[in-house]
Structures are given as C-alpha cells and as structure tokens.
Design a protein around this ligand. Structure first.
Ligand SMILES: [Zn+2]
Length: 382
C-alpha cells in the first residue's frame, strides 16, 4: 500500500433529509441506515475532527440530470413526483417492487444526486482531498431511459459527465456486491472514464451482467473492466482479485480523479447477496483505495448498496475514519449495541467455508483473473 495523506482535507456530504424517504414500507433499502451511520460517525468523534468538514449537499438541476437521462424519462419521474398518474411508467422501469414510486421521489433523488455533485465539486476545486457522499452510489443501476435496481437517476454518471466536460479523466471503482451496470453503460464508449466493477458474478445475482467480456465499445474499448466473483468469496480471496487487477489498471490509466462506489452489500450478513466480506475486509479495501487516491491527488467516494443496518453503520464509519486518517477505537459506543449483538467495529469472521468449496471459489476467481489479464491488460501495456 502506498503512502496516504497525513491529514487529508476530508468532507462528509450529508443531510438528514437523505435518510427520510422510504420507497415502500417493505422495501429492503431502508434510508434509516444513513441516519444510524451518521449518528455513529458523530458518536465516534469523527465529525469533530479538525480535518473533517460537513458541507450541506446542493440539489441537482434538471439540466444536470438530463446530461445522462432521456428528457422523456426525467419528465415522467417529475410528473409522478407531483402526484400525476402515469400509465406508461412501466416501460421506464417505474412502479415495480424494486422501483416503487410515490410523491416526492424526484426531489429526494435530485438531492441525492446533488450530494454526489457537491462531493465532486469539493474535490475538483481542491477544497477537499477526499469527499464522501454516502447517499450517492445506490443509483448505480439506473439507465438513461429507465429506473433499475433501486436506482432512479445515476448520480455517478452525472457527476463524472461533469468532470469529463471539465477535461478530467476519471477512474471509477465499484466495490458493491452488484455489477455497476448503469455506470458502465453511461461511459461504455468513452476512453476518458475507466470503469472497474468487482462484484458477485451475474451468473448468480442481479443484474445478470458484469462479465469479463464486457470491455467497452468504440473509443471505450478496453476501458471497462469487470471482476465477477463466485458466491461466498471471503476477504482474502476478494483482496487477491482486487490486488491483481485494480491497482495496476488504475496506475496504467493515469486518471486525474479517483471515484469510488463503496457499496457494503458484500457483507456476509447482507440479506440480498452471497459474498462473505467482513467490515474489516471492506475497510482494508477503503484503505487500499485511499493509497491509490493519494497518488492521484483527488478522491470522490459515494455509498451504494448495503442492507444490514449494523454493517452499513459500522463500515461507512470505518470508511470515513480511514479517509480522514483517524484511528477508531475497537469498541462501538454502547448506545449502538442494539443495532446488532456486536460491540466492535470489526466483525467476528464467519465460520470458514469447507476447503472443498474454498477451492471451487478459487478456481472460478482464478479463471476470471486470467481472462482479465488476457483481454484488458494488453490494452494498457501491462
Ligand atoms: Zn448492490
């Protein structure tokens, strides 16, 4: 791992409104997760650090949203948000169990996108070395003309469009358990944005894409990398895949900005997925990304999936501490013990999978890495 900033100027871009919009009563994405996270960050003293600022997010404009979404789609989201009945909304992916709609959804999503834009602007202007917008990133499945996988407007694509417009090259690293298909699609033909997604293979998990062979088109050929992993991949195996692909590709690409999506639905207790990472495995990834970011000089981070409340609160608190270069104590403050039966930030690792299954996982992942080495690495001269 390379040298990190000693005392990075760190920004947490968050507002309480971002934890109050519930998609539907039974929806697995519970925005309360962000409130628990923010409370835990505060109780851990992170928000009082001299090098951590808490700027308010701005709201994304319709014009900004339309840099990556069809105006017909944007207008229908706006109409539904204002209480209109939209009979044709199904063709835009709206009104499904994954993407239910109700009044206010446009405004809430525009604020979420705005939080990512605020983080990006703080970093590109040099006001922050690293800015974290934890409400962002969860829209990484949203497509130009449709909602998908809990995503409405793709904040990462919108923010990176603005950076490319300003002449910046961006490396996007998505460590969510699901393939970052909407972000990949948003920059699939561009050589200005390198997208790398490490995820549970689409063979077993939504959205069913993210194979090694998806390497981009036209000018973007070679600038889309996917690392699909076998279910039950654990910390060590996940980090082997990370180490072998992500640092060499990012260094060869020489970006101006590192943009990371930090979904924590890779956690072994996550109810929607099947990877087996611990909070400490996740945080080690954040530290490695921080090492790369320090070489580049600019780091924008967003949240993403994560459906176990304790894992989300602990992981993203650990992430902010790593960004600010602050050592958290081992113990979670006592008032948070009711979130789970754990009293520590680090997990007690899950019972190891039997050797036979570990070998099967390794065989799958090794094949993935070999394919990436032969398909993508030569385009970067590595
Ligand atoms: Zn996810």
């Amino acid at each position: 791992m390379t040298q990190y900033w000693t005392q990075p100027k760190t920004a947490l871009v968050y507002a309480d409104e971002l934890s109050q919009y519930q998609l539907s009563p039974e929806h697995p994405l519970r925005p309360i997760r962000l409130q628990h996270m923010h409370d835990l960050m505060r109780a851990s003293g992170l928000l009082d650090l001299a090098n951590v600022a808490s700027p308010a997010p701005r709201v994304a404009t319709k014009q900004e949203i339309e840099t990556s979404h069809d105006p017909d789609y944007v207008s229908i989201v706006e109409a539904i948000s204002n209480g209109a009945i939209a009979p044709g909304m199904g063709e835009f992916g709206l009104g499904s169990s994954d993407n239910p709609v109700r009044p206010g959804i446009y405004e809430t999503t525009a604020l979420c996108v705005g939080s990512t834009l605020t983080a990006s602007e703080l970093v590109t202007s040099g006001k922050a070395d690293v800015a974290f917008a934890p409400a962002g990133g969860v829209h990484h499945h949203a497509m130009p003309r449709s909602a998908a996988g809990f995503g409405i407007f793709n904040d990462a694509v919108i923010a990176m469009n603005a950076m490319v417009e300003a002449g910046l090259r961006v490396a996007y690293i998505d460590i969510d358990c699901h393939h970052g298909d909407g972000v990949q699609m948003g920059h699939y033909d561009s050589d200005q944005v390198l997208t790398i997604s490490i995820h549970e293979s689409g063979q077993w998990l939504f959205p069913g894409t993210g194979y090694v062979q998806e390497i981009g088109v036209g000018d973007g050929t070679g600038y889309s990398a996917n690392i699909p992993l076998a279910p039950y991949t654990q910390d060590d195996q996940w980090h082997t895949a990370f180490d072998e692909v992500i640092p060499p590709l990012v260094r060869a690409f020489k970006p101006d900005v590192l943009f990371t999506q930090l979904g924590i639905d890779t956690h072994f207790q996550d109810p929607l997925t099947h990877l087996s990472l611990t909070t400490q495995g996740f945080n080690l990834a954040v530290k490695k990304l921080g090492g790369l970011a320090a070489e580049i000089g600019k780091w924008v981070a967003v949240g993403g999936g994560g459906y176990d409340l304790s894992a989300v609160a602990r992981s993203w608190t650990m992430a902010l501490a790593s960004m600010a270069n602050f050592d958290l104590p081992d113990q979670v403050p006592a008032e948070f013990n009711s979130l789970s039966n754990l009293t520590t930030f680090a997990d007690i690792p899950p019972v190891p999978t039997e050797q036979q299954y570990l070998d099967e996982i390794q065989t799958h992942n090794t094949q993935t890495l070999n394919e990436i080495r032969s398909l993508i690495f030569p385009k970067f001269g590595i």
